[in-house]
Structure formats: structure tokens, C-alpha cells
Design a protein around this ligand. Structure first.
Ligand code: TMP
Length: 216
């Protein structure tokens, strides 16, 4: 039985994650939040998933940009996302939190719960077990889900040049993902907060700031 990694965390910093469908505006709001936090004098580190470490960036290439990956089965996909996370959490997130840094992560284990468990319909118990193997019982202090109709989000990302396997699914897949996040937020309503991504950037940023202030 693998040791529960999360038991070793002597966490002093705060861990905030952003979630949402394609084109929901996560990157814009992460940038704004980080700028705001730094202006207030906080030490902040940004990470992204999949990736965020040298090992993880290679996994990201296989998962998203390699044309040879078109035949990847959902089980392989699940393990690769979790492999990238296992590396990120030990190499980057844990040391930063132990130093008292605020870590902002663009996606974390909720993406696996929702994309692989709900989107790909992999057995949710298997997804939870593998997530647990990768990061233990450890969870973010706050998870912000930017909720947006995938029809609007996909329109925003389709202009990008890079071929992205994860952005090439049928619309039903993204509808399931959206619902998966809303259901997760109901189940874990203390940690997971939903923000209406159809509002103006200013309004969304204000809501994010007020939720973040609540955990600092
Ligand atoms: P992004 O970098 O634009 O957020 O894209 C990451 C893609 O990978 C997005 O389609 C969500 C997907 N993904 C999963 O399916 N499972 C995961 O565990 C993670 C972290 C991402």
C-alpha cells in the first residue's frame, strides 16, 4: 500500500485551483488574480496541469499535441494526467506551500474527476482511487469553477493554431463536463465555488477576489 503523501504536508501557504471548460477564461483570471495578490505583497506561484514540471510538460505533449495520440484510450489518458499531477504536487506544489507561498494552479484533480470520470465515463470509483494514489487526501483550499456554455467557450479556442486533442471532442462531451463541474460544486460546496463565466471580466474578477480573500 502506497504511503499517503498528503499526510506529509506541513502546509503554511494557500492552494487555489481554477477549473472550467475550454475557453472559459481561466488564464485571463489567473493572470489578474496573481497580479492583484502580488500588489498586495503576497508571494505567489503559478502552476498548470497537465505540465508544470519538465516531466509533466512531456506528458502534456503526449496528451494534447501529439497526432500519434489520437488512438489513446480513456484509461491511458487517466493515468497520464495523474502521472503529471503526482510529479507536480511533489516537485512544485508541496515545497512552495511549505514555504508559505500561495499556489495558483490552472486545473488540478477535479479536472480528472470531471473530464475522465464524467466526460469519458471512466468508472468514477477508479478515477477517485487513482486520484488518491497521485495526491492522497490533499485538496485545494479553494477551487473556482468558471462556468460557461461550451458553445461559447469552444468558439473562443478554435481560433488557436495548435492542434489540441482535448479540444476536438463532440459537443456532448463538453456538456457532460460542464454538468460534472456543477454536480461536483454541489457535492463539495465548501471548497468548490461556481462563477458565472458569462459576466463581464470585471465582474468575474471581483467575485474571484472576494472568494480568495475569504481563504487568505
Ligand atoms: P487547458 O490547458 O486549455 O486547460 O487544457 C487542458 C485540457 O486537458 C482540457 O481539455 C482539460 C483536459 N484535462 C483532462 O481531461 N483531465 C485532467 O486531469 C486535466 C488536468 C486536464
Amino acid at each position: 500500500m502506497a504511503e499517503d503523501f498528503s499526510k506529509k504536508m506541513a502546509k503554511k501557504g494557500k492552494f487555489i485551483t481554477f477549473e472550467g471548460g475550454e475557453g472559459s477564461g481561466k488564464s485571463t483570471h489567473i493572470e489578474r488574480l496573481v497580479t492583484h495578490l502580488r500588489q498586495e505583497g503576497y508571494h505567489v506561484l503559478i502552476a498548470r496541469e497537465p505540465g508544470g514540471t519538465e516531466v509533466g510538460e512531456q506528458i502534456r505533449n503526449i496528451l494534447q499535441y501529439s497526432k500519434q495520440s489520437a488512438a489513446m484510450v480513456p484509461e491511458t489518458e487517466l493515468l497520464l494526467f495523474c502521472a503529471s499531477r503526482a510529479q507536480l504536487v511533489r516537485q512544485v506544489i508541496q515545497p512552495a506551500l511549505n514555504d508559505g507561498t500561495i499556489v495558483i494552479c490552472d486545473r488540478f484533480l477535479d479536472s480528472t474527476t470531471v473530464y475522465q470520470g464524467v466526460g469519458r465515463k471512466v468508472d468514477p470509483q477508479a478515477v477517485a482511487a487513482i486520484n488518491h494514489f497521485a495526491v492522497g487526501a490533499y485538496r485545494p483550499d479553494l477551487t473556482l469553477v468558471i462556468d460557461l456554455d461550451p458553445r461559447i467557450g469552444l468558439e473562443r479556442v478554435r481560433g488557436r493554431e495548435l492542434f489540441d486533442r482535448m479540444e476536438n471532442q463532440a459537443l456532448e462531451f463538453y456538456d457532460r463536463v460542464r454538468q460534472g463541474y456543477l454536480d461536483l460544486a454541489k457535492r463539495e460546496n465548501r471548497r468548490v465555488k461556481v462563477i458565472d463565466g458569462g459576466q463581464t471580466i470585471e465582474r468575474i474578477a471581483e467575485q474571484i477576489w472576494s472568494l480568495v480573500k475569504g481563504v487568505l
